[in-house]
Design a protein around this ligand. Structure first.
Ligand code: IMP
Ligand code: MG
Length: 175
């Protein structure tokens, strides 16, 4: 099954340690807030979100959005379509978007503009992985797990053609 895997970048243990750190930081930053709405971007952020919320010692509400970029699947076009919107009402709430990986940033740019227009009390972004050299827009990430170079990666929720989401580690794949 794993013959396309090239190199493991982050082991299960390293990821778990980083997720714990992020959870602790978020817990202390939101200490004064009564509740936090955590929004996962499907499908990639699902596994990260599941682990992250269990490291946050606050009253957390969970919701998901599904989006798709139009056009070529390996290049983000910046035109984003909402496939699944929120179930929860977020007006006046503190909202944290949880994403697996930020590449061009165009998906999250669209998403943050969209969610801000719903009059939230605050909006922050937490991404497990960041490819800063690929950025095509101005986007502020509040919490980042790891910065990575410009390589295609899979595992821990992240796919290549819908495969490899269930790998417990994060790895590069062969070209
Ligand atoms: P952006 O709009 O270019 O920032 O797109 C980010 C989305 O592209 C992520 O949420 C992933 O779904 C996908 N993506 C970006 N880089 C990778 C990668 O290395 N492996 C798998 N998916 C990726
Ligand atoms: Mg994603």
């Amino acid at each position: 099954m794993n013959r396309e895997i090239h190199e493991v970048l982050f082991s299960e243990e390293i990821i778990a340690q980083k997720v714990k750190e992020l959870g602790n930081k978020i817990t202390s930053d939101y200490q004064k807030q009564e509740e936090l709405i955590v929004i996962g971007v499907l499908k990639g952020a699902n596994i990260f979100l599941g682990d992250l919320v269990r490291q946050i010692q606050l009253s957390v509400y969970i919701d998901f959005m599904a989006v798709s970029s139009y056009g070529n699947s390996t290049f983000s076009s910046g035109i984003v379509r909402i496939l699944k919107d929120l179930d929860l009402e977020i007006e006046g709430k503190h909202v944290l978007i949880v994403e697996d990986i930020v590449d061009t940033g165009l998906t999250l740019k669209y998403l943050t503009e969209n969610l801000k227009s719903r009059n939230v009390a605050s909006l922050k972004i937490c991404s497990l992985l960041d490819k800063p050299f690929r950025r095509k827009c101005d986007l502020n990430l509040d919490y980042i797990g790891f910065e990575i170079p410009d390589a295609f990666i899979v595992g821990y929720g992240i796919d290549y053609a819908e495969k490899y989401r269930n790998l417990p580690y994060i790895a590069t794949i062969k070209e």
